[in-house]
Design a protein around this ligand. Sequence first.
Ligand code: BES
Ligand code: ZN
Ligand code: ZN
Length: 471
Amino acid sequence: MKLINKKNKQYAQVFKLFTEEAWTLNYKNFNKNISLLFSGKKHEIFIETSEETITYYIGLGKETSQNFEFQQTGIKFSQTHKKNIQTVATLLIADFIHENQFEEFAKGLLLGTYNYPFDKTHPFWDESFELHFGNLSPKKLETISTKIDAICEGQTACMDWLNKPANLKRPEAINAYLKNLAKKNQLKYTAFNRKKCEELGLGAFLSVNQGSAYDAAFTILEYKTTVKNAKTFGLVGKCVLFDTGGISLKASDNMHYMKSDMGGATAVIGALIYASQMKLPVNITAILPITDNAISENAYLPSDVITAYNGKTIEVLNTDAEGRMTLADGLSYLSKNYKTDVLIDLATLTGSSVRMFGDTCGAMFSNNEDLKNILIKTGDKTNQRLWNLPLWDIWMDDFKSDVADFKNISMKPIGDCIVAAKFLEQFIGNHPNWAHLDIAGVAFGNVGYAKEKAATGFGVQLLADLIENYH
Ligand code: BES
Ligand code: ZN
Ligand code: ZN
């Protein structure tokens, strides 16, 4: 998609966008027939055809709609009408929207073409598809174009990896992808295999990997700006490629959904793609402790006591609480070896957070008031919402062990997402600006492009916006 500042010739295809107010004030009376069928409400579409032109009237809803709603409108329009879209210069008429709203709508057009497996053959992705919008300067349009390309690239990569079936995302496959991505985007790529992890003492991560048929891949991606005094972000994404539960085996009914247990990692990958393509003036170190949680003769056992990277011992009482094991070492390794201003981990960590919030928001935990507020604001802005939950010390009582420093679960059937967060806090090396986002309920769910549950892309726009605007 090319955004071009033009508005002067005959078009075979026209998108006319209206808010309800714009329609009522300026068009309704001159288009009485259309008004019987169209009023500018959100997601409303009216199609008018003539010999030369096909015109789509697209309802944007209220003028006061939030920016993300314009993206939703773009997505919905794209999903329902993408089959009819032609690769011809298209005029977009929307006299009443401002640049951010336009950006969101155009982003939506691209994101709405997503399906699995993704191929970018849709006209919207083609350079020869020109969207002519006379309201903004060529320079402004170019900035917007770069931005939407970067975010859509990141989000579609995120969704594609999450949607892949387990047999197509073995550690080797994803690491080949990451290595290639690093080369393309000038990232530093490091991956530690099982042997190297043993040498380094990444015992909590390895305990999960020891039951796997596949070698461990504790993977680090680094993006560096040349700008001096830039902020530095540490990101850790849970990357359990498939979670069987291990010896504490999960029930089989919904087990196929556990291909989505890498939703934290895919959000991080998407944000990293955005930051590097945009050449944002920031530094990012991302850690993805990649493994599956398999059941096998070598699998770790309930009662095992292991030593984590930071020297703390953990009594494994449930092998299905594997995410906190892998993240514990991811967080300790990052905080010990890298100096970061912000430390954030994302994980499809607990069923508890799903039961609490469903698909309405992620559960957030943070030891920093400012970071908490920024994350909530960014979540509201991007419609990838977060709700804050406590990290009170009293929750530590629930995972004290008789034989180790900690147990990996609480024995009480309450507040497991809080227990898990409090557990993770023991591994951040006293980092003063940390947040943990439990996105189990929002990373994978009902979507407009698939019949079954599928990847939502949650976290990419949230992290991208946070990283871009954090001061
Ligand atoms: N990957 C799951 C959490 C999950 C549940 C993600 C539902 C997405 C949807 C995690 O590893 C897990 O199994 N957690 C257990 C922990 C329990 C054993 C303490 C859970 O939440 O049931
Ligand atoms: Zn699990
Ligand atoms: Zn898991």
